[in-house]
Design a protein around this ligand. Structure first.
Ligand SMILES: NC(=O)c1ccc[n+]([C@@H]2O[C@H](COP(=O)([O-])OP(=O)(O)OC[C@H]3O[C@@H](n4cnc5c(N)ncnc54)[C@H](OP(=O)(O)O)[C@@H]3O)[C@@H](O)[C@H]2O)c1
Length: 266
């Protein structure tokens, strides 16, 4: 079983680390092409560098497309001739539909779109995976196994791959931004920034566990923190009065819209 990477940047390396850690279970050999070859040579795992993207495509059973959306039209002609009748094509590229990828690759092979996120780097990613027609159960299971080796995986319809980005792909930055504002506010009030950031990170973990494990719905969880006339309610009221909910909703819409723009090459 050969897994090949076209582009070996941050996300590809995170995926390769997971595969490397699950080498025995997955039984896969990895190869990659990246213009800056040192990214492959310095990778602390077992990945062979190929001279050309065409060589990667020719040798791969599973071909992972890991370039930026804007790079795909330029790079596709370099390797598409190497895609065989049995190659499973997996794309992590944001915004580019399966149809657009098939057109660029001049193939009718199914495209497994996946949307991972950066916590993958620590083996704690959450990945959306489409389940295209024309893929065997075994092939689909293998792709799920790869992403479950670096976190969790959820099946998401292909036509919702732009909409899922604010949920998992981009949302880590939203969380980091909120964490930064919380820690900066703590600093303003005389507390240490780094310790406050760490404490908030622990609170995120605890809150995530409450969402997943408490058995309470999200409104009950919010209510549980809000005593009448208390601090939390004052905070949430202030957010609402200042248009936070609408502002955040607009930002999430903008994220989806940007994915659609990227898909159109804008
Ligand atoms: N970052 C995220 O949180 C995230 C989340 C979900 C999905 N994604 C998707 O993941 C993809 C990769 O993102 P990333 O963050 O890993 O970006 P990245 O670190 O910039 O990786 C892209 C890689 O592609 C290489 N490349 C450039 N031109 C190429 C070509 N013609 N053929 C082969 N490789 C080429 C680049 O190499 P050089 O450095 O040598 O130019 C670079 O190593 C994007 O499509 C993005 O939409 C990212």
């Amino acid at each position: 079983m050969v897994i090949g990477f076209i582009g070996f940047g941050n996300m590809a390396q995170a995926i390769a680390r997971g595969i490397d850690a699950q080498r025995e279970k997955l039984g896969a050999q990895m190869i990659a092409y990246n213009p800056t070859r040192s990214k492959i040579e310095n990778f602390p795992g077992s990945v062979s560098a190929c001279e050309t993207p065409l060589e990667v495509a020719k040798r791969s059973d599973y071909l992972f497309l890991c370039v930026k959306p804007q790079m795909l039209p330029g790079s596709a002609p370099e390797f598409r001739a190497g895609i065989g009748a049995g190659t499973v094509i997996v794309s992590i590229i944001a915004g580019v539909t399966d149809e657009a990828i098939r057109a660029l690759l001049k193939t009718d092979r199914p495209i497994v779109r996946v949307m991972p996120n950066t916590p993958l780097l620590l083996g704690k990613g959450t990945t959306a995976i489409a389940h295209p027609q024309g893929l065997s159960e075994e092939q689909y299971r293998f792709v799920c196994d790869v992403f479950e080796s670096i976190g969790t995986a959820y099946e998401v319809p292909e036509d919702k791959f732009d909409e899922i980005i604010p949920v998992n792909g981009s949302s880590p930055a939203l969380i980091y931004q909120i964490a930064k504002i919380v820690a900066l506010n703590a600093e303003k009030h005389g507390l240490d920034f780094a310790r406050s950031l760490a404490m908030f990170a622990d609170t995120l973990q605890g809150s995530a566990a409450m969402i997943r494990q408490s058995g309470q719905d999200i409104d009950s969880l919010i209510k549980m923190v809000c005593s009448k006339g208390g601090t939390t309610l004052a905070m949430l009221d202030s957010l609402r009065d200042n248009g936070f909910d609408q502002t955040l909703d607009n930002a999430l819409d903008r994220c989806v819209e940007r994915a659609k723009e990227l898909g159109r090459g804008e």
